[in-house]
Write a protein that binds this ligand. Sequence first.
Ligand code: G4P
Ligand code: NA
Ligand code: NA
Length: 191
Amino acid sequence: MQLLKDRIIKDGKIRFGNVLKVDSFLNHQMDIELFSEIGKEFKNRFIEDEVTKILTIEASGIGIACIAAQYFKVPVVFAKKNQTKNIAGDVYTGKVESFTHGRTYDIIVAKEFLQQEDKVLIIDDFLANGSALLGLTKLVRDAGATLVGAGIVIEKGFQEGGELVRSHGVRVESLAIIDSMNEEDGLVFRN
Ligand code: G4P
Ligand code: NA
Ligand code: NA
């Protein structure tokens, strides 16, 4: 998606440890006009799939998922991150290992919000190591729902997540895939 790539080049900041800061339009301050274009693009890519629900994970997936949902006209469910061991109620659970933050946490979704009849599209802001995305796909499978795929805003193509998740048979649509980034050469996008 050219509009997105242009914006990443203009406002993205490369940080130590292969981290891309996009706080001015995606992760902290949010450019809602850009979000709308992103939402439309996801709708176009999954137009045939009769999506009934969008699933994301708190915190930074929620904004993107909500704007996209306006084009799909479906509800958004966000998985909650839960650090306590005792999980109350009737919930589907998964584990996510955050390499960036160096810890593991549980994610949960109430069973009532993921039904067997659902055709679920997962949306998230970043795909890096893929642990979050794999955790979300497990929730969908545990519910017996259909996973139509994942819509990702920025995939870090030099980390293993994209390949890993696709190897599980998940259709991943990333609007910008970065193949390399460093302060000398800048950002290189996949074509
Ligand atoms: P994963 O999301 O693919 O599982 O990979 P990883 O464990 O490495 O990511 C940990 C967190 O860091 C995730 O957010 C992910 O979206 C974010 N992240 C990974 N790489 C980058 C990057 O280069 N730039 C930015 N801005 N974020 C990155 P999270 O833990 O789910 O937290 P939240 O921000 O959604 O609350
Ligand atoms: Na994030
Ligand atoms: Na996220």
